[in-house]
Write a protein that binds this ligand. Structure first.
Ligand code: NAD
Length: 498
């Protein structure tokens, strides 16, 4: 498989001469190459988009919404094909790959309501013969840079909203799994999107820098690791763009003594190990309150982690999770687990030596469970992004609350309790963007907005939902006077309506 770019409604070969290998993480085999765009290729894609965008912005929002309507149907039609292509390059199970597509589809569905989202405000009679109204206008050409872990969902979060709002969109997906983003772009064209409104440019830092410095691109939405998020935010804003960047995470789940322990254990198994922990909303720290709660939790959790079924997606729908994205990721995660052992944490389940017959070159690793983790350890401070759950014991609710409060990341968190009072207090006080109450992965639905706090998010607005439309539009406010009769004389003081 040789993959180039998608520009002007068709696949085009790369011209830079640079490519990167694409792997099947379950076998370690190279299954293709993807082109790495240079600045000239980016400029050509942007020029193509800039040419197409004014006519798209002038297309009424209802017609733009109909493209989204057809796109939703096409996603459903091609669901199996998309999931298979996604699993092959990412490694996640087929049901999880379908979830990846569906969570993006839901944003496309929300964007069918673009006419409603784009309505402005109107004040009739704001002053004598004066009316005032606001409109939300698209920005022009905008871009999105997305990570490997949701190759369908995150591109769709961004391009559906931006395009429904009347922009042209340049997508720079992860170079690790580039097939699905191009399939999505083809489906958008099949759904009736004009050429140039969605262009996909593959590449790495070189093209990201070109996007950030480009003078035509008005806004950039980024999702990925925190160091790159911070870099993209500062370089993009320095060149005068509107930028929102979502970064890494360390999501804590607090388990109160009154929690339903079986529910809490189920939640931790799914949220800690699903997709091999390669989710920015994965739970990576469990905080049981009180010794009895902690002992019970570990006793129930350990056998469940040992029993996880780890296999390639092709092994069937009962697989719990598949391989990690790359050899480097696997070595980094195993290294972090070893650092936890060296720093004195108790490794209750050790998945470092896991191997799968017939897949010895795949990036497989078993689930790991740590007990007695403390705040000073690397496994607590750093994002691991693998199938590793750390239990940090707390003696009281206040001590438990202080852990996520004082961590540098602020993406998601959860509390498991039967006590409404504690749950309300937690939701009110916690300094984290997305909060679950007896829900371990509180990813907001399409019609709300997604975003973390602290070093998990840079910029003012969240992604998709109402914030997504705000991010990809700007407000213009018109003050109109239609005087009756003839008025004379200049107004020398600032007009007020008093
Ligand atoms: P990454 O930061 O390595 O890559 C993200 C994007 O940035 C990719 O498109 C990549 O090509 C580009 N990139 C990589 N290095 C770059 C550089 N030096 N300069 C410019 N661009 C560069 O992230 P990843 O490994 O693909 O994804 C995993 C990370 O994403 C995790 O940290 C995870 O928490 C985070 N994530 C966050 C959210 C969220 O909404 N907060 C969602 C999903 C993933």
């Amino acid at each position: 498989m040789e993959l180039g770019h998608f520009i002007g409604a068709k696949r085009v070969a790369g011209t830079s001469g640079r490519t990167k290998e694409v792997f099947n993480p379950a076998t370690g085999e190279v299954i293709g190459h993807v082109a790495m765009a240079n600045e000239e290729e980016l400029k050509a894609a942007v020029a193509n988009s800039a040419h197409a965008q004014p006519a798209w912005a002038a297309t009424n929002p209802q017609r733009r919404a109909r493209v989204m309507m057809r796109f939703v149907d096409l996603l459903n039609r091609d669901m199996d094909k998309l999931a298979e292509a996604l699993s092959k390059e990412h490694g996640k199970t087929i049901p999880d790959a379908k979830g990846d597509v569906i969570r993006g589809l839901e944003v496309a569905e929300f964007c069918i309501g673009a006419p409603q989202m784009l309505k402005g405000e109107y004040t009739d009679g704001a002053g004598p013969d004066i009316d005032m109204y606001s409109m939300r206008q698209p920005l022009g050409v905008v871009a999105g840079i997305t990570p490997f872990n949701f190759p369908a969902m995150i591109p769709m979060w961004k391009f559906c909203t931006a395009i429904a709002a009347g922009n042209a969109f340049i997508l720079k997906p992860s170079e690790r799994n580039p097939t699905v983003p191009i399939m999505l772009a083809e489906l958008m064209i099949e759904a009736g999107l004009p050429a140039g409104i969605l262009n996909v440019v593959n590449g790495d830092k070189q093209v990201v820098d070109a996007i950030l410095d480009d003078e035509t691109i008005q806004a950039v939405g980024f999702v990925g690791s925190t160091p790159i998020a911070e870099y993209v935010y500062s370089r993009g804003t320095a060149s005068g763009k509107r930028v929102q960047c979502f970064g890494g995470a360390k999501n804590h789940m607090i388990i109160m003594p009154d929690a339903d322990m079986d529910q809490a254990v189920d939640a931790l198994v799914g949220a800690g190990y699903g997709a091999a922990g390669e989710r920015c909303m994965a739970i990576s720290v469990a905080v049981p309150v009180g010794k009895e709660t902690a002992d019970k939790l570990i006793a129930k959790l350990a056998p469940r982690v040992e029993a996880l079924k780890i296999a390639p997606y092709s092994a069937g729908n009962d697989v719990d999770f598949g391989p990690l994205i790359s050899k480097e990721a696997m070595e980094r995660i195993k290294g972090l687990v070893s650092s936890g052992v060296e720093e004195g944490a108790n490794l209750v389940v050790d998945g470092r030596d896991f191997t799968l017959q017939g897949y010895e070159n795949g990036n497989f690793m078993g689930g790991c469970l740590f007990d007695n983790v403390t705040k000073d350890m690397r496994i607590y401070k750093e994002e691991i992004f693998g199938p590793v759950l750390s239990v940090v014991r707390a003696e009281s609710y206040e001590e438990a609350l202080d852990l996520p409060m004082s961590h540098e990341y602020g993406n998601g968190t959860a509390i498991f309790t039967r006590d409404g009072d504690t749950a309300r207090d937690f939701a009110a006080r916690i300094n984290i963007g997305m909060v679950g109450i007896n829900v371990p992965i509180p990813v907001p639905l399409a019609y709300h907005s997604f975003g973390g706090w602290k070093r998990s998010g840079f910029g003012d607005l969240n992604q998709h939902g109402p914030d997504g439309f705000k991010f990809y539009t700007r407000t213009k406010t018109v003050t109109a006077r239609w005087p009756s009769g003839v008025k004379e004389g200049a107004e020398m003081t600032i007009p007020t309506m008093g």
